[in-house]
Each structure stands twice: as C-alpha cells, then as structure tokens.
Write a new protein. Structure first.
Length: 260
C-alpha cells in the first residue's frame, strides 16, 4: 500500500517545478497506462486499485514494472481528474532531441500555446498525421502537464514537442525551408499554391502570431469561413485550426506522393 510520505512526494508532481526538477510526471487512465506498458516509454512504477491489477496481471508481468496497490482514497488524492480512474503511472521524462530537419519534411511549430487541452490535441494531431517533428516556443505549456497528458490520449508516447528558441531555428540563415503560419490575413488554405512540406506555425488564439516569428514566415494561410457575413464565430481555437490545416497539408502530401 501507499504510505503518507510517498503519497506526498507523488502529489508534488502536480506542480510544474517539481516535474521539472525531478524529471518525472504522472500519467493516468485505463487507456493510457496499458499503452505505456506496451511501449518502450520509461515507466518507473504503477499505482492501481486491486481489481485493475487482477485484470492486467499478464501485462504487468510482461512489463516487469514495479507495482503498488493503492486504496481508493489515496487514488483520489493522487489523481488530478474530476473522476479518478483506477490506475496511475509514474514516468521518467525522456530526453528529447531536436528532430532532423531537411527538405521534404513537414514540421509543426506550436507558438505560445498555453491551453493544455489545445496542446494535447495538437500533439495528438501531429501523431495522427505522421508529422516529422513538433517544435514549441519556450513559453508554451509543458507537455508533462497532467491536462496535456490526458488530451493527447497516449500520443505523447510517440510524439512530444521540442522546446526551444524557434525564431533562431527558422531564420533563413538556418534552413531554407518554407514557413507557413495560420493567420486570418493569409491566402485561402484550399486555393493557395504552396509546398506540402516545411514548417507550419499554429499560434495562440488570443494573441496570434508572435512578433519574433513573423519576420520569418514565407506565407500566411487562412481557413475560409462558410457562414454568412455578420454571423458565426469570430475564430477557431488553436486545436481546431491545427486539425484543418494539417489535414489539408497531409492531403497535398499524399497527392504529391501519388503523382511521383
């Protein structure tokens, strides 16, 4: 069972400063944890209710991960969900490397994405569309945030943003790759003549494209609205915009591959 001191140590991981200093984080859920155990992701320990342990006995034996049975009240203290699930994994944060950047690749840049739900969904989208890498500005929410982890639905196991000074990377002196930014003043996404590779910037909905990135944008692209003028929403959130833009870029990549 879980002791009080150990529970207190794990609860510290609810805070960003402890996740960063310890290089660890918690991942919760009946979908995410089994996927973690089937992967090569560094899982240090599993905390679970007795019935979950019985149901997943074979998987746990195969993974050879340390396992601790946990009471319902301790699970509720450790969980950060409104409705706690029956299992939580303690994970070590991998040391991620800058993705290889070269012609023909499609990379996503997350520009000041601070909403955890949007960040998690964008990571999931990058996984779904098979992007070659994800970069994030250093003021974006960290991917080990519990709400980000939940929103990825397990995609963080395969795809994680690399946090860095993005402006220094996309400057013309670094790589000669096109840089596209989703922007209300841009070219129509569906009719523009642009490559299906390069960098795609998805920015914070409230603040738009960061001034330090704007000088390096090759072309702004706009998602056209189809409602009558004067009605409808003002904008799309970052995750919605990302889904539409990545879907169109992926369609063009497929078409280019089919045409040789």
């Amino acid at each position: 069972m879980l002791g009080k001191n150990r529970l207190r140590e794990l609860q510290q991981l609810h805070q960003k400063k402890f996740r960063e200093s310890q290089g660890k984080f918690l991942a919760e859920g009946a979908k995410i944890v089994p996927e973690l155990l089937r992967s090569n992701f560094p899982v240090e320990e599993i905390f679970a209710r007795d019935f979950w342990l019985s149901k997943n006995h074979a998987l746990l034996n195969e993974s050879k991960c340390k396992v601790t049975e946990i009471a319902q009240n301790d699970l509720e203290r450790l969980s950060q969900l409104q409705t706690p699930q029956e299992v939580i994994a303690l994970c070590a944060k991998p040391v991620d490397k800058l993705p290889g950047i070269q012609a023909g690749k499609l990379m996503l840049i997350l520009d000041s994405i601070r909403d955890p739900g949007n960040m998690g969904t964008l990571i999931r989208l990058a996984d779904w569309f098979g992007l070659d890498g994800v970069l994030a500005t250093e003021d974006s929410v960290e991917w080990t945030n519990p709400k980000v982890i939940q929103a990825t639905m397990g995609s963080f196991i395969r795809v994680r943003p690399y946090y860095m000074d993005v402006a220094s990377l996309i400057s013309p002196t670094s790589f000669r790759l096109p840089v596209y930014a989703a922007d209300l003043d841009g070219t129509n996404l569906y009719s523009g003549d642009y490559n299906a590779s390069g960098f795609i910037i998805i920015s914070n909905e409230a603040h738009g494209l960061s001034p330090e990135l704007e000088p390096f944008v090759s072309e702004k692209i706009h998602i056209p609205a189809f409602f009558k003028q004067g009605s409808g929403p003002e904008s799309l959130n970052a995750a919605m915009a990302g889904a539409i833009v990545l879907g169109e870029f992926s369609r063009r990549r497929m078409k280019k591959a089919e045409n040789g």
